[in-house]
Design a protein around this ligand. Structure first.
Ligand code: ADP
Length: 508
């Protein structure tokens, strides 16, 4: 196991291609032009593996949000604008091109993501970037399939009258999109793909910790031929740029992915003009292993990956592990062994399996939870501390013997920290799994199909994975029950959330 004293971070040099991108100025994309922030300010972007500044990015605030919203409105409110008159099939082809260009620039995007976020190159290149491309390819197909219905109506108070009634599915207008830092490019794709398919305009605000791939994506959107002003990108902080976007009266909807705490602020900010709101928020997802699981080794590996993938920085991380009593010790030992075997290092190193947390703030937050768990009396089976003195690394951590009222059990940690506990009956574990304000995801490992269906039906979560975990697909809706969110990402569900229904009734 790595210890604080033995852990050295090598300095990894980015490729010439990534260096060339880093050397370019990082401005805001407003109305098709790359411009400085109105204030002239810029903020630093850090390499989380070393804490070193790797770039400076324009610091947009309320004034820039206003410029961007106006640029988007100028497009959307002009019925003759090429974006508004573009045929659905041309729109679909354009969105497909974005997917193609992402794949064409796959290595560069993966490297920038790894450098900025800290995640291993293998993850960025194997998951984030191809999933982002796939999302655009999937959404390209929806552009031609957004349609209303004809509706036979009766109108009982107008006997003898005849009508032709139908619905139109129309875009919402200008949408503010606020995204987090855990999958920066993929979250931009989840938001922009359906928005474009439905013919809306956007002001996208990437997370301040990880703005780089969104800016590179802005260049790709231009290369794909997206008309100026359809997508505007404002880098900046949440409390300033994000809050201004959520509150802006020229915005018809805000689509947010991030913490439940900020989600509640977004709802309040949106109340001014009652803009539509969709939210993909936090979680504290239960992952339940029954002793009848057909392949225990696979369940253990799956449970380890459920919490340690992307350093636990996943809203759906399987952070509450419940194991049936007879196999509890074996599973806890297995997860702890998996945790100890994970190779920590900078994202750019080829053998890295887990990189640093994204920021110093997250490092302090996650180690704070580790200390609280220990202080409150939970048992640390492995991990439980920072690793090294440079960069934001923490050891993959397994807690046991935690009480239900402890913060490590109740709160979303957003780090590689799992709390394991045993259970004895299905009904007991259902009640305990659902005993959380969150409801994003759940995992079940069992060979009993009836039990699998029973749990899938009774778990109050937007996704239930059975004998697998963290399986995502552009066609599969993802989102939260309870305080884990409003609405869904991906699938046809998200396309509907970027449209509104107009009923048209023609008297004959
Ligand atoms: P985390 O706590 O994991 O960083 P946040 O929910 O704070 O997640 O951040 C997700 C996104 O929300 C980021 O783009 C961030 O800038 C933005 N954000 C943070 N605070 C606000 C706010 N008050 N209003 C609007 N957006 C915000």
């Amino acid at each position: 196991m790595v210890t604080a004293s033995s852990f050295e971070i090598p300095d990894m040099k980015p490729s010439a291609r990534a260096e060339a991108f880093l050397a370019r100025p990082k401005r805001l994309l407003i109305g098709g032009r790359w411009v400085e922030a109105a204030s002239g300010k810029a903020f630093p972007v850090y390499n989380p593996a070393t804490g070193a500044i790797i770039d400076m990015v324009a610091e947009g605030d309320a004034e820039d949000i206003d410029r961007a919203v106006k640029a988007a409105r100028k497009v959307f409110d002009n019925p003759k604008h090429p974006w508004r008159t573009m045929t659905p099939s041309d729109r679909g082809r354009l969105i497909w091109r974005i997917g193609d260009l992402i794949l064409q620039h796959r290595d560069e995007l993966a490297e920038l993501e790894s450098l900025d976020n800290g995640k291993p190159m293998a993850v960025a290149n194997g998951a984030d970037v191809p999933l982002a491309a796939d999302l655009f390819h999937y959404m390209a197909g929806w552009a031609t399939k957004i349609q209303g219905h004809t509706i036979p109506i009766s109108v009982p108070y107008a006997p003898g009258a005849r009508f032709h009634a139908f619905t139109l599915r129309e875009p919402l207008g200008v949408v503010g999109q606020i995204i987090p830092w855990n999958f920066p490019l993929l979250m931009a794709a989840w938001k922009l793909g359906p928005l474009l398919a439905a013919g809306n305009c956007a002001v996208l605000k990437p997370a301040e910790q990880t703005p780089l791939t969104a800016l590179r994506l802005g260049e790709i959107l231009q290369e794909a031929g997206l008309p100026d002003g359809v997508v505007n990108i404002i880098t900046g902080f949440g409390e300033t740029a994000g809050a201004a976007l959520a509150a802006h009266d020229g915005v018809d909807k805000v689509a947010f992915t991030g913490s439940t705490e900020v989600g509640k602020l977004i709802v309040k900010a949106a109340a001014g003009n009652l803009k539509k709101v969709t939210l993909e928020l936090g979680g504290k997802s239960p992952n339940i292993i029954f002793k009848d699981t057909p392949d225990l080794a696979q369940a253990i590996a799956g449970a380890a990956s459920a919490i340690f993938f992307n350093h636990g920085q996943c809203c759906c991380a399987g952070s509450r592990l419940f194991v049936e009593k007879d196999i509890y010790k074996e599973v806890v030992n297995g997860i702890a062994d998996a945790a100890k075997a994970i190779k920590l290092g900078p994202g750019l190193a080829a053998d890295t399996q887990m990189g640093p947390l994204v920021s110093e703030e997250q490092l302090n937050r996650v180690t704070g939870f580790m200390e609280a768990g220990r202080r409150e009396g939970a048992c640390v089976v492995t991990g439980g501390q920072r690793v090294g003195q440079r960069g934001y690394f923490v050891a993959p951590t397994v807690f046991t013997e935690a009480r239900a009222d402890m913060s490590v059990v109740k709160d979303e940690i957003f780090g590689p920290v799992v709390v394991a506990d045993s259970f004895e009956s299905t009904e007991e574990i259902l009640a305990r799994s659902n005993d959380t304000p969150y409801g994003l995801a759940a995992g079940v490992w069992t060979g009993d199909i009836a039990k699998a269906h029973h749990l899938a039906a009774q778990l109050r979560a937007g996704t239930v994975w059975v004998n697998c975990y963290n399986i995502f697909d552009s066609a599969l809706p993802f989102g939260g029950y309870k305080q884990s969110g409003w609405g869904r990402e991906m699938g046809h569900e998200v396309v509907e959330q970027y449209t509104q229904t107009k009923a048209v009734c023609i008297g004959l």
